[in-house]
Write a protein that binds this ligand. Structure first.
Ligand SMILES: NC(=O)c1ccc[n+]([C@@H]2O[C@H](COP(=O)([O-])OP(=O)(O)OC[C@H]3O[C@@H](n4cnc5c(N)ncnc54)[C@H](OP(=O)(O)O)[C@@H]3O)[C@@H](O)[C@H]2O)c1
Length: 165
């Protein structure tokens, strides 16, 4: 599985249930990387989508502990069900929020990060991959700018396990 996330310079990703800064270039990048794939999303983040609706042109897998149906989405109730559902598709990207990123990270091998060079107050965070020896920054795009805000696209990959035999 992959994950895609926009992080501020302190690995903050949101505040009070929403993203404080949204860049058009990031939305486009997100659409390009997720279109045609399955996405795994927490019920709270789904509520922050336009109209609270599942994303078009993607298979939406929604994690919730509630016994509910969500039109246009497949509901999964725990990490195991999420992994089984994700395995049905060629590509599945975890798209948040904070609790879903944290819980699903063990099954993720690639993380697409939009690094936004700002540090607004956040109450939701992505795990700091720079501080995690299991992860290595594999690609670093050039700094770009939108409305005076610097951002760049990076990719982190899970480090291959060393062969200790
Ligand atoms: N910067 C970014 O790229 C980005 C992307 C996405 C989200 N975000 C931010 O992340 C924040 C939201 O994160 P969050 O942690 O509050 O919410 P979340 O992860 O989107 O959703 C949490 C909900 O998912 C369900 N859930 C989580 N783990 C589960 C499990 N193991 N089994 C079954 N259901 C499970 C529960 O739903 P029920 O309560 O229905 O049981 C839980 O309340 C917002 O600020 C949002 O803007 C940022």
């Amino acid at each position: 599985m992959e994950a895609i996330v926009a992080v501020f310079s302190d690995w903050g990703i949101g505040s009070e249930g929403t993203q404080q800064v949204v860049l058009k270039a990031d939305r486009k990048h997100f659409r390009e990387l997720t279109s045609g794939a399955a996405v795994l999303v927490g019920r709270r983040t789904l509520g922050d989508f336009p109209g609270g609706q599942p994303l078009k042109n993607r298979v939406n897998l929604v994690l919730t502990r509630q016994d509910i149906e969500i039109p246009g989405a497949t509901v999964v109730h725990n990490e195991r069900e999420a992994c089984e559902a994700a395995a049905e598709y060629d590509r599945c990207l975890v798209i948040g929020g904070a609790s879903v990123y944290r819980q699903m990270l063990p099954w993720v091998d690639t993380v697409h990060i939009t690094e936004i060079d700002l540090q607004p107050a956040s109450d939701s965070f992505f795990p700091n991959l720079e501080a995690d020896p299991d992860w290595v920054r594999a690609e670093t795009g050039p700094w770009q700018e939108e409305d005076g805000v610097r951002y760049r696209f990076c990719t982190y990959r899970r480090r291959e396990k060393e062969d200790l035999t």
